[in-house]
Design a protein around this ligand. Structure first.
Ligand SMILES: C[S@@+](CC[C@H](N)C(=O)[O-])C[C@H]1O[C@@H](n2cnc3c(N)ncnc32)[C@H](O)[C@@H]1O
Length: 264
């Protein structure tokens, strides 16, 4: 039986890797890596660095593929956005299924059997948070064209890394915290939570909530050498965050930022 590890590798600091992840890395025959285009080559570089440093226990192969492009023009409203993500996920599922079939042996396929039967996907942060790898593997299993078992190794998420860097808890005593996207925050402040973590925000959606004037704990490239952290009352720091964000994005060609908004 083929086996797949889905390994959370942390949010950018090579030291985020857990001992459990290192153990799993050393059982893998084939690592599947995805290139999202040159602008995010830093993210690929971290994966290579992790493998060079920690996957030292046995010979492995790297199988690299280009990530399918997502249809960004269909992102105008929520329904179109969800449709675009579904399409993209299905195209990704096809690529994953082909790689698993061709590159991992299962004791029956002559072509792949010399390759070893253990594969791995290295997932940014933690696989449970805004990542499609698990859903894609489930989709492949449902299609039934290739069989495998899989195991998930948790990683340090960008949210944990952000909270640690600001030395804050995410929730206040006995209160809820909500994790959401920039897209949703732009539509309104979530009900039932005064503490809101925002991810995947390309448009600085915190600007929609200046009137509430929450405290913001913001971080970009958290855990990497480019890390930027800012905290304070939104009315006082929003402008600086926008400037820093624009400057960093122009310099590096991409940005990943996350923040907690804490309303009184
Ligand atoms: C597709 S999600 C993946 C999240 C990932 N699975 C995790 O556990 O952090 C990408 C979003 O995560 C956040 N993110 C990931 N790495 C980050 C980092 N090093 N610093 C700040 N935000 C980060 C950003 O909000 C980015 O838009």
């Amino acid at each position: 039986m083929r086996k797949i590890y889905v390994i959370g590798i942390g949010a950018g600091d090579p030291d985020h890797l857990t001992l459990q992840a290192v153990k799993a890395l050393n059982e893998v025959d084939v690592f599947f890596l995805f290139d999202k285009g040159t602008e995010k080559s830093d993210l690929i570089r971290l994966r290579h660095e992790i493998l060079e440093r920690h996957a030292t226990g046995r010979a492995y192969r790297l199988v690299e593929a280009r990530d399918p492009e997502r249809d960004r023009d269909r992102a105008a409203d929520g329904v179109a956005y969800a449709g675009a993500v579904d399409d993209w996920r299905s195209r990704r599922a096809e690529i994953y299924a082909r790689m698993i079939t061709d590159e991992l042996g299962d004791g029956t396929s002559e072509d792949a059997d010399g390759n070893g039967s253990v594969g791995a996907f290295l997932v940014w942060g933690d696989p449970s948070l805004y990542d499609s790898t698990l859903a894609i593997l489930e989709e492949i299993l449902e299609r039934g064209t290739v069989r495998f078992e899989y195991e998930v190794i948790p990683g340090i998420s960008s949210v944990s890394a952000l909270a640690a860097k600001h030395r804050i808890g995410l929730n206040r005593v006995a209160r809820p915290v909500q994790i959401t996207t920039g897209r949703r925050l732009a539509e309104g402040w979530p009900q039932d939570a005064d503490d809101v973590v925002v991810m995947l925000d390309a448009h600085q959606s915190f600007r929609h909530h200046l009137a509430d004037d929450p405290v913001i704990y913001w971080g970009a490239y958290v855990g990497t050498e480019d890390e930027i952290l800012v905290s304070g009352r939104l009315s006082e720091v929003a402008g600086r965050i926008e400037e820093l964000r624009a400057e960093a994005r122009a310099r590096k060609g991409w940005i990943m930022d996350t923040y907690l908004l804490r309303r009184d």
